[in-house]
Design a protein around this ligand. Structure first.
Ligand code: PRX
Length: 700
């Protein structure tokens, strides 16, 4: 029963006591504290109970963690090597799908998919999901995909993508999702570094007004990936054959094993380029011919479940590895408590599957808990800025989870666009990906949630696998803009960056770290364990380094202040300035480049590039445009600089280090507060850059 306590609702001292809907599992802050203390003081008992309650194990685990969690002061091993639920065997897909069918919930909707066009909807029950996933699993087996093999999935927000993720898990293959907005080079790098033999993809990406043909992108990637043996294409367009099929066949020696793609194989006849041997399948036929049941492969708790590439502070993306048991326990537990899920809830996390939020909170968390999870193929602004609200009304959504950038974009259109819709089903509103400003928070709370919903500002990252800090809805008093308190088992530590010591007093800023192992922490970086240790465990001994700064207020609430490294956050997308710089440099027309993030009202940060053209290219017409397009082609359109300045030189120290601090000030038009420039090698560069920036006008 919901507690009808809306009369208690008030915002005081910027603390909001949630309240209209009680939490089904936790009564109040005392119960949170009790459970939190247990999770920290006796992690062994806590996680044993959680793992047994939340998952079905084929064989029980023998040990909770390689680190003794009954010791309150236990820390993360220096080499970052942790293992959870050792000896246990289980299957992720069985837990997310089969057991709900076995328990008589087969007719319940598991996936609710809304396509790009309003109201075009597909509902997939757990029963159907089991059949489809089994077919995909069998089809993968027929290609001899085996346990531990990485399968790359480059697909849009459609149910088939989930079939592929779960199908991989069913047979013990490791899914490697590549966000479908990435370019052919980004796809190729990920195919190459995982040595994938199998690529599962689609012919088209439908995103608002943009209908992107994926086949040309796939073709370009395949041309440099001769190790790919199979390419399975889902027809996400009206066409029966990928438009670019013929073109692909011109360049690759391949066969087609499906009638839908027969043009492809026909056009192949006589082509002997001896490039490589590649077989194309039409996705629907490929899975359609398979049996609708596939037995599960029982995996070790520490067997990898998926690899997901994310940006780091160097130019090379990092393939984070997540394993089975610990990841699933944490995904299920966080989803259950932080979204206050009930049996008949409709839960909608609006993120793409290509990001960690899509993995943990569109697929694994909700499906493990038997929740109806929504998938949204379009954008919040298509065909108009009411799309989200129409979605909530149409499907009677109870829990809605999105990014602050979307909230900021929608705020612009005013309250009237929201109030046209009945949003009374909403109970919990989540946000993720970047700090949410108090004004965006307040708008979300008051206009969308009508002051009756909890705002779950969830702080976490690809590496953490699940949410680290967030208020528990209906329990934790909220503060607009703060991700509040740690989740069970998470022991945050603020570190002084100068001394490396833990800061223990309140009201201070420091480096955000975690000092105890938690079940869903990443287990490694694909092909580079050394970099894994060096990035996360070496900066602050026996702690996990998140990459963020944070402020701890007098009440013990955390406020994330942003990244401390060269990672920037553009519309909730994590991008590496070094990667964008490497792309600009590879164009070959510049001697020097520097990329920075600058504050942006809607996107959070926008990308600003400073490029020094080589002699002879200074006056090349369209160079700015060309450089931006090059970034789009080599990384993704979201990585394209919003502003690109062609400058005669970059401000550097005498040791040759680019002074980004100065570039940030100049890009923000703060010419009068540049601070100390005495370490600059050539001080006159500053005036030259300022004059270019003035001439070209401010940033977008
Ligand atoms: O800087 C933090 C920011 O997003 C980074 C992680 O990005 P990614 O791995 O792409 O995962 C995003 C979704 C989990 C973090 O290091 N970030 C994420 N959530 C928040 C946040 N910053 C402030 N508040 C948040 N709630």
């Amino acid at each position: 029963m919901e507690a009808p306590c809306s009369n208690l609702l008030h915002i005081q001292d910027s603390v909001t006591h949630d309240p209209v809907h009680a939490h089904p599992l936790l009564q109040d802050m005392d119960s949170y504290r009790k459970m939190y203390n247990e999770s920290i003081k006796d992690g062994n008992a806590f996680w044993k109970r959680m793992a047994e309650e939340l998952l079905t194990w084929f064989r029980p685990f023998e040990r909770v963690c390689n680190v003794d969690l009954s010791d309150e002061d236990c820390a993360i091993p220096e080499d970052g090597c942790v293992s959870w639920f050792e000896g246990g065997r289980l299957n992720a897909c069985y837990n997310a799908v089969d057991r709900h069918v076995i328990n008589g919930r087969g007719k319940k909707v598991a996936l609710l998919h809304e396509a790009n066009e309003v109201g075009v909807c597909r509902k997939v029950t757990f029963e159907t999901l089991l059949k489809c996933v089994s077919q995909v699993a069998n089809a993968l087996l027929s290609m001899s995909v085996r346990k531990g093999e990485v399968v790359t999935i480059y697909m849009p927000m459609i149910p088939e993508t989930v079939y592929c993720m779960l199908g991989c898990a069913r047979i013990g293959a490791v899914a490697n999702l590549v966000f479908s907005g990435f370019s052919s080079s980004a796809l190729a790098t990920r195919l190459q570094s995982t040595r994938s033999r199998v690529l599962l993809t689609a012919d088209r990406l439908n995103r608002g007004n943009r209908l992107v043909e994926l086949m040309p992108v796939v073709k370009d990637a395949l041309l440099v990936c001769p190790h790919v043996e199979y390419c399975v294409v889902y027809q996400n367009s009206d066409q029966s054959v990928p438009r670019d099929g013929l073109e692909i066949a011109d360049q690759l020696t391949c066969q087609s094993h499906s009638s839908a793609l027969s043009d492809l194989s026909n056009s192949m006849a006589g082509i002997v380029q001896n490039f490589h041997h590649l077989i194309f399948y039409d996705f629907t036929e490929w899975m359609g011919k398979e049996r609708m049941y596939c037995p599960c492969e029982w995996m070790d708790s520490e067997d990898p479940l998926f690899v997901l590439y994310t940006s780091g502070s160097t130019g090379k993306p990092k393939g984070m590895i997540h394993t089975t048991g610990g990841y699933l326990v944490y995904a299920s537990l966080t989803h259950k408590y932080l979204f206050k899920v009930r049996e008949d809830d409709v839960y909608a996390c609006m993120t793409d599957l290509g990001w960690i939020t899509g993995h943990t909170y569109v697929v694994w968390g909700p499906l493990l808990n038997g929740t109806t999870t929504c998938m949204f193929e379009s954008t919040p602004l298509y065909p108009n800025p009411c799309r989200y609200w129409d979605f909530v009304q149409r499907y009677k959504v109870n829990i809605f989870y999105t990014a602050p950038t979307a909230i900021r974009a929608l705020m612009k259109y005013g309250e009237s666009e929201v109030s046209k819709y009945d949003l009374s089903t909403l109970r919990v509103l989540g946000t993720v990906g970047e700090p949410i400003s108090p004004s965006a928070w307040e708008w979300y709370y008051r206009v969308v949630g009508k002051g009756k919903c909890s705002i779950v500002d969830s702080y976490w990252m690809t590496e953490s696998g699940g949410i680290l800090l967030a208020p528990i809805p209906g329990v934790t008093p909220m503060k607009p803009g703060s991700c509040c308190l740690p989740f069970f088992g998470i022991k945050p530590a603020l570190i002084d960056p100068n001394t490396g010591d833990e800061l223990t007093s309140k009201g201070i800023k420091g480096v955000m770290c975690v000092s105890k192992p938690w079940p869903s922490m990443a287990r490694g970086m694909h092909g580079d364990y050394k970099r894994f240790v060096c990035t996360y465990f070496e900066p602050y001994r026996r702690h996990f380094f998140t990459g963020d700064g944070a402020y701890l207020d007098k009440d013990g609430y955390f406020w994330i202040t942003g990244r401390l490294d060269d990672v920037i956050n553009v519309s909730g997308h994590r991008l590496s300035t070094a990667e964008i710089e490497a792309s600009l440099a590879s164009h070959g027309t510049c001697t020097d480049v520097a990329v920075i993030g600058i504050p942006h009202d809607i996107k959070g940060q926008s990308i600003c590039a400073f490029c020094v053209p080589k002699r002879g290219y200074e006056f090349q017409e369209n160079l700015t445009f060309e450089l931006c397009q090059h970034v789009r082609r080599t990384i993704a359109s979201m990585a394209m600089p919003d502003k690109l300045y062609l400058v005669p030189a970059l401000p550097k120290t005498r040791s040759g280090k680019v002074m980004r601090r100065l570039l940030r000030k100049i890009a923000a038009f703060e010419f009068d507060s540049l601070g100390d420039i005495s370490t600059l090698a050539e001080a006159e560069v500053i005036d030259q850059i300022i004059s270019v920036v003035r001439r070209q006008g401010g940033h977008k």
